[in-house]
Design a protein around this ligand. Structure first.
Ligand SMILES: NC(=O)C1=CN([C@@H]2O[C@H](COP(=O)(O)OP(=O)(O)OC[C@H]3O[C@@H](n4cnc5c(N)ncnc54)[C@H](O)[C@@H]3O)[C@@H](O)[C@H]2O)C=CC1
Ligand SMILES: O=c1[nH]c(=O)c2[nH+]cn([C@@H]3O[C@H](COP(=O)(O)O)[C@@H](O)[C@H]3O)c2[nH]1
Ligand SMILES: [K+]
Length: 503
């Protein structure tokens, strides 16, 4: 059995035929026909590229959104072999500090502690953020000398919470160099019989606190794969910028912080503003990989490739929180967009990121097999332990906030200039504010998701992404459009009740 034999039957459609009929197909609209298996699912290699010069061992990228990608997401994603793109809905100095913080450690977790001076007061539990401890330094900045730490539970137990932190702070715990990896941290805590230690950078700055509890938690997750490292041996971390004049200064901050790859973040990437920014970035930092987007057509992609992008982000209006297609009547079904743009970008060896619309592992298989090198996810990751923000109860369920970067709330938080400032005087949202259910740690659910993706590729007879792309482009891969009834049939149906548990 080989491809040529399979293609001789009039079974399904080839991708080139299916995607040239004038329909905008979503992932759910299409289904692959199975091919021939001669290898186990575990033999499927998911290694890929984020951009021209950055390999990844898994095809997962966390979206540059302020409810998705900050330090914790960046270190966990890099530990898994994927990557996160730090959002730009904050001042450049803070965005650069997040990049620096992620790149300054070698462990898969971060608690993002707050900093206080001894004379400061904690006004509410929210001052701790999502961390259980906060660090006390002489001036209250992360850069000044550490003098102690305070715990959230100690503060909550105070009879009068209106004490300065100096009244109830504990001693600074023993320190560990920030370049210790997970096993070294675990060995140090166990060897010294410690519950906690502080992670300290070369310049003496406390970066974080690590605990024996963290060690136990991480050990309960699947074994980590090959991490994403930059040539300097540190975690690979990306960051987003906009297309305004002031984003040039943001770029300088990010480069100084050691950013490895920059995403120029626009909903419509085929603009003079984006071309000018890409040219500026490539001229100023020739060795820095720049990812352009978003685009959904070959013509848009061609313009980005002309100015030298190292990766293309595909998706307009396909995101779970996106209202762009409703508001602006512009966009494309994500399956069609990924197939079309990848077919074009492949000729120039530019990797494609399929951005938005991923709800489960089958969508990831579809994005990758239709030509993408990676998938970028927002809602899929936003309910995780690693996403910024704290869990809250909603109708008895734990949820985290997830919001579109074009929602009114996000726009008025940080990206004012881009939306409301110079060109648009009237605010019109292109996104919503939402919540997503608690999903636990990405260190657990991403490995299971990748196992499901391997099973999908195995069914298609593709033991790697390049082989999957080859099957697509040599017309061996067959697919069909699913009718509404076929989509119902393909889901769980006709049961009075059921429990859906994937792993
Ligand atoms: N993938 C998607 O479907 C969508 C994503 N988003 C997300 O929302 C955020 C904001 O996206 P956008 O609205 O596209 O932001 P943007 O800043 O790229 O564009 C906002 C407006 O400002 C204009 N603009 C940009 N640079 C300019 C300059 N230098 N001079 C004058 N005008 C300029 C643009 O043409 C547009 O009208 C991003 O994080 C994006 O990823 C928003 C909508 C859709
Ligand atoms: O129309 C939009 N309005 C918004 O406010 C918005 N914010 C993010 N995005 C895009 O959605 C992607 C994440 O989508 P998912 O939640 O489906 O993974 C992201 O990666 C973005 O491409 C937006 N699109
Ligand atoms: K949408």
């Amino acid at each position: 059995m080989n491809g040529a034999v399979a293609a001789a039957f009039d079974d399904g459609f080839t991708a080139s035929r299916l995607f040239s009929q004038g329909f905008s197909y979503t992932y759910d609209d299409v289904i692959f026909l199975p091919h021939y298996i001669d290898f186990p699912a575990d033999a499927v290699d998911l290694s890929t590229r984020l951009s021209r010069n950055h390999p990844l061992s898994i095809p997962c990228v966390a979206s540059p959104m302020d409810t998705v990608s900050e330090t914790s997401m960046a270190v966990a994603m890099a530990s898994l072999g994927g990557a996160a793109i730090i959002h730009c809905n904050t001042i450049p100095a803070r965005q650069a500090a997040i990049v620096r913080s992620a790149k300054s450690r070698c462990i898969p977790f971060a608690s993002d502690p707050s900093f206080f001076a001894p004379s400061d007061f904690v006004s509410s539990a929210a001052d701790f953020g999502s961390a259980s401890f906060a660090i006390v330094t002489e001036s209250g900045s992360s850069k000044s000398k550490p003098v102690g730490l305070i715990s959230r539970s100690d503060w909550e137990a105070l009879a009068d919470e209106d004490y300065p932190v100096s009244k109830y702070m504990r001693q600074t715990p023993a320190s560990i160099p920030s370049n210790y990896d997970f096993e070294q941290v675990a060995a140090f805590l166990a060897g010294e019989g410690l519950k906690m230690a502080s992670l300290v950078g070369v310049d003496g700055e406390i970066i974080d606190l690590v605990s024996a509890e963290d060690v136990v938690r991480i050990r309960s997750f699947p074994k980590l794969g090959v991490p994403s490292l930059s040539p300097d041996g540190k975690f690979l971390v990306g960051a987003a910028i906009g297309t305004r004049e002031e984003d040039k200064e943001r770029l300088t901050h990010l480069v100084k912080a050691g950013v490895d790859v920059v995403v120029v973040d626009s909903s419509q990437g085929n603009s003079k503003y984006q071309m000018d920014m890409i040219k500026h970035a490539k001229n100023t930092y020739p060795s820095l990989d720049i990812i352009g987007g978003n685009v959904v057509t070959m013509a848009q992609a061609q313009n980005l490739i002309k100015v030298g992008v190292d990766g293309i982000r595909v998706g307009m209006g396909s995101g779970s929180i996106c209202t762009t297609q409703e508001v602006c009547a512009v966009g494309r079904g994500q399956a069609t967009a990924v197939y079309k743009v990848s077919s074009f970008a492949n000729d120039y060896d530019v990797p494609v990121i399929a951005d938005g619309g991923i709800s489960y592992s089958g969508h990831i298989v579809k994005a990758l097999v239709l030509g993408a090198s990676t998938v970028m996810m927002g809602s899929f990751l936003a309910g995780s332990h690693e996403a910024p923000g704290i869990y809250e109860y909603q109708d008895g369920r734990l949820v985290k906030k997830y919001r579109g970067m074009g929602s009114l709330e996000a726009m008025t938080k940080g990206s004012d200039a881009r939306y409301l400032g110079d060109t648009l005087k009237l605010k019109v949202a292109q996104g919503v504010v939402a919540t997503v259910a608690d999903k636990g740690s990405i260190l657990k659910f991403i490995p299971y998701t990748m196992q499901a993706v391997k099973q999908g590729l195995q069914d298609l007879g593709a033991s790697s992404l390049p082989i999957a792309h080859d099957l697509l482009r040599t017309d061996v891969l067959q697919l069909e459009v699913r009718t509404g009834a076929a989509q119902v049939e393909g889901g769980v149906h006709g049961l009075s009740s059921y429990e859906k548990k994937a792993f």
